[in-house]
Design a protein around this ligand. Structure first.
Ligand code: PMP
Length: 354
């Protein structure tokens, strides 16, 4: 199957819901655009690529994904430039990461043509749903799940691959208070932490709920062996401005290879800022909070872009972070990423797709 031969049947909605959306008050994930893309895997290949009106699916109660968790997803965004063109940011990397998740979860990979053509056709049809308000974008959710309608622990023979989209505003209203988690873990070596499988998110809900009951917004995950090294924060990669350097845990088997993270690393290097990708101990961060060498700590991810933390809590003590100065790297890189994605600066890295 090539890009030219992939046939996508399109069934357009007879009743667009676009007029019902208040684009000035977008709540993350609440409004779903008019259409969705679907492909079905059976008999060893992907079939029936089509775009249909967004709506309910009819599934067997025995649907394999609901029992044994073969379910993976991606999260990405589309933006509008001043001319009204729809722009995608590093979409190929999301496609690659979905396939990495698929391999680890014993699921079929999705060909580039199906992912990219399905996505671009869907965006062409629902271009009106891409917000142009500052800070807003169209969140894109590609996902795959097992659909065999019988139970038994084994890789499913059939799957759905779906893409739907949702116009979104900004994610966190105010800088979050985060707590270093020293009991629960998100991932362990040999596990599935490097994938975007649904179970990773289910497993993180309970520890996050406990932290919220203690007055924190999010967790900082630490390594499973010693709880001595920092991995990620919530559903974001984590980065620090420490001793005038950008310091971030390296990507490993237990962390997600975040596209925002690697973009920030590339931009910092391009700007000549020293970057260290390495193991980051909880101790050095707490020491940096105490002696003032930690200028900022922030989460980086598609949903939030960059989210500077207000407080880091460790072993019952709250350590406030200094206020982010106007000319801080944190603000500069956030503005630069936003400008890049909305076509306001030259795409020197070759990351954008119109
Ligand atoms: N870590 C986890 C666990 C995530 O779910 C995400 C969001 N995809 C990230 C990091 C950030 O990755 P990205 O920048 O590609 O969104």
């Amino acid at each position: 199957m090539t890009a030219d031969t992939l046939q996508i049947e399109v069934q357009q909605t007879s009743k667009s819901r676009l007029q019902e959306v208040d684009f000035n008050n977008l709540v993350f994930g609440r409004n779903i655009s008019d259409h969705m893309f679907i492909a079905e895997y059976r008999d060893g290949q992907w079939n029936d690529s089509r775009i249909i009106p967004y709506g309910d699916l009819s599934l067997s109660p025995a649907t394999a994904a609901l029992h044994y968790g073969q379910a993976i997803f991606e999260g990405m965004k589309a933006y509008k430039n001043e001319e009204g063109d729809v722009l995608l940011f590093r979409a190929i990397d999301n496609w690659k990461r979905l396939n990495k998740s698929a391999e680890r979860l014993c699921m079929p990979t999705i060909p580039e043509e199906i992912f990219m053509n399905g996505l671009t056709e869907l965006l062409r049809l629902d271009a009106g749903w891409v917000p142009s308000q500052p800070g807003c974008s169209l969140y894109i959710r590609p996902y795959m799940f097992a659909t065999d309608p019988y139970i038994g622990v084994k890789p499913s023979d059939s799957y759905y691959f779906i893409i739907f989209t949702s116009p979104v505003g900004t994610y966190y209203a105010k800088p979050p208070r985060v707590k270093v988690e020293t009991h629960f873990i998100r991932a362990a070596e040999g596990g599935v932490g490097a994938t975007k499988c649904a179970g990773n998110y289910a497993g993180s809900l309970y520890p996050a709920k406990l932290a919220q009951q203690e007055g924190y917004d999010q967790l900082i995950w630490t390594d499973a062996r010693e709880h001595a090294y920092i991995e990620e924060s919530g559903t974001m990669n984590i980065m620090f401005l420490l001793d005038k350097k950008l310091v971030t845990p390296y990507v490993s088997e237990t962390t997600l290879d975040g596209i925002t993270r690697k973009s920030i690393v590339a931009i910092a290097q391009h700007w000549g800022i020293p970057v260290e990708e390495r193991r980051v101990s909880v101790k050095e961060i707490i020491d940096g909070l105490k002696d003032g060498s930690l200028e900022a700590a922030f989460g980086a991810g598609t949903a939030v872009v960059i989210s500077p933390f207000a407080t880091i809590a460790y072993e019952g003590v709250d350590y406030p972070l200094p206020e982010i100065l106007e000319d801080s790297f944190v603000n500069k890189v956030k503005t630069y990423l936003t400008d890049l994605r909305t076509g306001k600066v030259d795409d020197v890295f070759g990351w954008m797709l119109k």
